[in-house]
Design a protein around this ligand. Structure first.
Ligand code: GZL
Length: 328
């Protein structure tokens, strides 16, 4: 090989090797900052609750001096799986995510475990045979939320004439998600003992305003005045339902008893106006807990495996005049 070509080849080889070592060390270089690096996969932006959850995590990370890598999956489990694998490749210190549905996470959780990266499940839960695949779940007890919704309806029935029968339309959240499955189970188990409460139908509005409105339109067409109670798995779908009621001349809170879950400010305002009868609280404010758990995990401190938020129901029977602003 002639001399100039040799030097050119050598230069290209040197540059190629430098690029390779630069890539492989990117994560190390970026991580020379000692601040904890948290990878957070958020499932979407489908409701005021979800946006409140995201803001809670962002604000808490800033306050705690935690470096946050936030990926929004826009309702796609595939995108969540991709985000989690990118966090593993980048070798973040801790991973946190809200799983859009409860199944299908074992492989990626096993990859995180093999990479030595602890995982915090926040908000929704996963179903796995291997409990060692994640460190902590922090969020709500969705079954209890369903029970509180059912207990309100039993109390409401007790204030009505003894011959009253209440036909319930259940507006469920995302199919296969833990809040949908567990809120439904808690509600059904609670009202099952009362023969005068009947579940007329269950239909999924996917936790969204638009789909909630579509579903309630269909239910009004199908059941008309037999539609006595709406149990909505979240406030966003309830807002859509109220729009549908308006189109059909139905007065919510009076013609139809309205029960919702989340406890957004807008829902509490509707409760105070008498357009909603019961709002079960489900707090999205999990950011501070997530940051504390992440720090404890990195510091090797013991952490509770299951951390539930304490929550209540707000109903038409309560004095809500002193209720603090909800913040979401
Ligand atoms: C519940 C959360 C649910 C909310 C909905 O913790 O996962 O998802 O109830 C949101 O508003 O879409």
């Amino acid at each position: 090989m002639q001399k100039p070509r040799f030097w050119a080849f050598l230069m290209i080889l040197v540059l190629f090797m430098a690029a390779l070592t630069g890539c492989s060390n990117r994560a190390k270089d970026d991580k020379k900052d000692d601040a904890l690096l948290l990878g957070f996969s958020q499932l979407g932006s489908e409701s005021g609750w979800r946006i409140g959850n995201t803001i809670s995590v962002q604000d808490a990370a800033q306050a705690a001096g935690v470096r946050l890598m936030l990926e929004n999956a826009n309702q796609s489990q595939e995108k969540q799986l991709t985000a989690l694998r990118s966090f593993i490749a980048y070798r973040v210190d801790v991973i946190a995510f809200s799983p859009i549905v409860q199944d299908g996470w074992d492989n990626v959780l096993r990859e995180a475990k093999e990479a030595g990266i602890p995982v915090i499940i926040e908000d929704r839960t996963v179903v796995t045979k291997d409990e060692s695949l994640y460190a902590v779940h922090v969020g709500s007890d969705f079954y209890s939320e369903g029970v509180m919704a059912g207990e309100y309806l039993l109390k409401k029935l007790s204030t009505l004439p003894p011959e009253t029968v209440l036909n319930v339309v259940e507006l469920t959240g995302t199919q296969g998600s833990s809040p949908m499955l567990l809120r439904s189970a808690g509600f059904h188990d609670t009202v099952a003992k009362e023969p005068r409460i009947r579940i007329l139908d269950s239909v999924s509005g996917d936790f969204m305003i638009s789909k909630g409105k579509e579903c309630v339109r269909l239910m009004l067409e199908k059941y008309g005045s037999d539609f006595d109670v709406l149990f909505s798995h979240n406030d966003a779908m309830m807002y859509g339902a109220l729009e549908a009621f308006g189109e059909y001349g139905v007065t919510p809170g009076k013609d139809v008893i309205v029960i919702s879950v989340d406890g957004e400010q807008e829902a509490i305002d509707l409760l105070k106006e008498g357009k909603v009868n019961c709002v079960v609280e489900c707090t999205p404010m999990l950011g501070e807990a997530i940051m504390q758990i992440a720090k404890d995990l990195v510091d090797g401190k013991p952490v509770e495996r299951e951390i539930y938020s304490s929550e209540r129901a707000f109903t038409e029977f309560d004095d809500l005049s002193q209720l603090a602003p909800r913040g979401y």
